[in-house]
Design a binder for this molecule. Structure first.
Ligand code: HEC
Length: 370
């Protein structure tokens, strides 16, 4: 920031007598100035790049269009901060997007990003700032465009009949502005029951809708429901699974997410349970290829505990330490892993291991951004 801009800044504050809305308007003028001086030549004066510009035609790359509300809403401001500070290459974009760390201060970069976020106008899309890390058990509140391959293995040293491997492919697709459809196909190998031969035991269509979102408080809440349809090979009852999911950013580096869900067998609701889960993630570095650790707590309560010696515990508790790391620079191909440790009723299993491979296809193809 040059001195004259700083002086204008101070004068604005004094003149406005710290009148908040006037100060905000002044801030916007300054942010716009940063944009016009540094970004408009490529991204366009109003945020829309000119596709006829011979430079872009020759390189076959068009700078990001900030007036596209779906695109603008999706991208978390912290991701854009990294791109503007370190240049496009930091996230596997073109080198044509320069690094501004020598030109603009962190505060100026934050300001210009808030400004470009306004260029898409008012819209109903939830902010990508609330698209937090995918937890192992807790459901996300944010509507995704994603494919996830989930591997879960369960180990029991005392009873190998309880060893199990489950593979799930899940496709999630946003429809309209705040709704998401999903489909899960799951394959299970039960060691004891089918001698290592697995079967496709479940298809699970689902829907989720964002019911509340407040970007200034960084809160998002969704309701959803899944229908677990068992195949003929699996002789259990189909299940209806309604849930509510909420998430909040606590600080720059900490987020919390939680879900309350009920799994209700259609044949007998009372055989079902209610599960509460919550996870805290820590993201110490903005670089996608850094590790984001998390700790999740799961509590499951049977609806009907039964009687006599088979009476079930009031709750089954487990802990899932976990972490996420991005495999590519873009940050849209991710690996999540964790292990679930039962805290009570420890005869359920010794531990469960989880490996998730996530591809956020809205942010790029499988071969982009490496
Ligand atoms: C020399 C041209 C040029 C200038 C100047 C420029 N950009 Fe870019 N910018 C690009 C190009 C090209 C891309 C897209 C790169 C790609 O898709 O591989 C881009 C991408 C971006 C992205 C990433 C969007 C995404 O896809 O997630 C952001 C954010 C951005 N620019 C912000 C800015 C800001 C803010 C400024 C000014 C401080 C600026 N740019 C200045 C060319 C430029």
């Amino acid at each position: 920031m040059n001195i004259s801009v700083k002086v204008i800044h101070i004068i604005f504050y004094l003149m406005m007598g710290f009148n908040i809305s006037a100060v905000q308007a002044a801030e916007k003028v300054l942010a716009k100035q940063i944009y016009q001086n540094n970004c408009a030549s490529c991204h366009g004066a109003a945020g829309k790049p000119d596709p006829e510009n011979p430079m872009f035609k020759q390189l076959g790359i068009l700078p990001a269009n900030f007036t596209d509300s779906l695109f603008s809403s999706r991208e978390p401001a912290k991701d854009w901060f990294l791109v503007v500070k370190e240049g496009g290459a930091a996230k596997g974009f073109s080198n044509m997007m320069p690094a501004f760390k020598e030109v603009l201060s962190d505060i100026q970069i934050k300001k210009v990003i808030s400004y470009i976020k306004t260029l898409a106008g008012k819209h109903e899309y939830p902010s990508g700032d609330m698209n937090f890390i995918l937890p192992i058990r807790t459901k996300k509140a944010f509507p995704e465009d994603e494919v996830v391959w989930k591997l879960r293995f369960q180990d029991d040293a005392n009873n190998s009949n309880r060893d199990q491997i489950r593979n799930v492919i899940e496709i999630e697709k946003r429809i309209f502005k705040r709704t998401q459809l999903s489909l899960e196909l799951s394959h299970k190998i039960d060691d004891g029951v089918d001698n290592g031969h697995g079967n496709f035991d479940q298809i699970e269509p689902g829907i989720k809708h964002v019911i509340y979102e407040n970007p200034s408080q960084q809160v998002i809440t969704s309701v959803g429901a899944l229908l677990a349809i068992k195949t003929e090979e699996s002789n259990s009852s189909n299940e209806f699974i309604p849930y509510i999911a909420a998430a909040k950013r606590l600080t720059d580096t900490l987020t919390v997410q939680g879900t309350a869900r009920s799994t209700l067998p259609l044949e007998k609701f009372s055989d079902g349970n209610v599960e509460l889960s919550s996870v805290i993630h820590w993201s110490p570095s903005p670089w996608p290829r850094s590790l984001h650790p998390g700790m999740e707590v799961v509590a499951s309560f049977p609806i009907d505990r039964g009687t006599g010696i088979t009476r079930k515990s009031f709750s089954q508790l487990s802990l899932i330490p976990q972490a996420q790391i991005s495999l590519n620079k873009r940050g849209n191909i991710l690996l999540n892993f964790g292990t679930e440790i039962p805290l009570n009723d420890t005869n359920r299993y010794d531990y469960r291991g989880y490996v998730y491979l996530v591809w956020d296809f809205a942010d790029g193809g499988l071969l982009d951004g490496w």
